[in-house]
Design a protein around this ligand. Structure first.
Ligand SMILES: [Zn+2]
Ligand SMILES: [Zn+2]
Length: 298
């Protein structure tokens, strides 16, 4: 997940503008939009694994662009109230982005991402301070704006920390690990041996047939699709491609196809890339179809 990681790294650089406004103002004009594009792109490539929440990548793109345009126009004094639009858009997409962090943390099992929503503490603090300054809010007592400096830097530090945490966590996002033959073996053991009771009228050759069938292990079980995945996910870079694609459109990695044996009924990936969810229930590691193992003897 290099694009996602790079996007958040740029976002961290960007958030440092609150600490070094004079040095980083102009770089931020480039790092901010680049980070929005990359973050949206990175989340987009994970969308098929995150369910409906995964579609929030579009919000990052749309509201990120809106934030950037509104801020730029406001600094150019072409749109004085742009700062309010930018603040609102920033707050909304930050909240949506935090729900992506939490969803990915649970779904992709990357615990570090549970720490990423501290960006909301930063957005809240900085947002409130900016609103107070721009609206020239006067404190009733002797509090001065200078006294709020620690709060300001604290909020900015939350943004930097969140972006760095997410950049590191994004590096841990990989395609599902292949399960290997071991799971298949244990599966064969746990499957109910539902050979129908032998009626006494059957000819005596029947037990011998059953025995030969069992010697070829895969002949006894089949795979049944519970729900079809609609995308192939590249095991190397995480990009998605339509079912039936030969290779990844991003990095060129060839998708796996098994010519024979147990394979995913949707994308034909060998069963070794499937990941167990519960006994007899698997998810294809390439197209994320839900697969149930059925015993053919039953
Ligand atoms: Zn790829
Ligand atoms: Zn599949």
């Amino acid at each position: 997940m290099r694009s996602l990681s790079l996007g958040y790294f740029l976002s961290a650089v960007n958030a440092l503008v609150f600490f070094f406004p004079t040095i980083l103002f102009f770089p931020a004009l480039v790092t901010y939009p680049a980070s929005i594009v990359l973050r949206g792109w990175g989340w987009r490539s994970l969308r098929s694994r995150l369910g409906p929440v995964g579609l929030l990548y579009t919000a990052i793109w749309c509201l990120g662009v809106l934030t950037y345009l509104a801020l730029t126009l406001s600094f150019l004094e072409m749109f004085r109230d742009g700062i309010w639009v930018a603040l609102a858009a920033w707050a909304v997409y930050s909240i949506l982005e935090a729900s992506l962090y939490l969803r990915a943390a649970g779904k992709l099992r990357i615990r570090l991402l549970y720490a990423s929503p501290i960006n909301l503490a930063g957005v809240g603090t900085l947002g409130a301070l900016i609103v107070m300054m721009w609206s020239q809010f006067r404190f009733p007592s002797e509090v001065r704006y200078g006294d709020l400096t620690p709060l300001f830097f604290g909020g900015a530090a939350c943004l930097v920390a969140s972006a760095l945490i997410t950049a590191v966590a994004a590096l841990q996002i990989r395609a599902e690990k292949p399960t290997g033959e071991r799971e298949l073996e244990s599966l064969l053991v746990t499957l109910p041996r539902s050979t129908p009771p032998q009626p006494p009228t059957r000819p005596t050759t029947r037990p011998k047939e059953a025995l030969t069938a069992r010697t070829s292990r895969t002949a006894l079980i089949g795979l049944e699709v519970v729900s079809r995945g609609d995308m192939l996910v590249c095991p190397k870079c995480g990009a998605s491609a339509p079912i039936g694609a030969e290779s990844c459109p991003e990095c060129g990695e060839r998708f796996k196809k098994a010519a024979s044996g147990l394979r995913c009924p949707v994308c034909e990936a060998p069963f070794s890339v499937a990941k167990p969810i519960s006994a007899g229930h698997y998810v294809c590691g390439q197209c994320f179809s839900d697969i149930r193992v059925v015993s053919r003897a039953s």
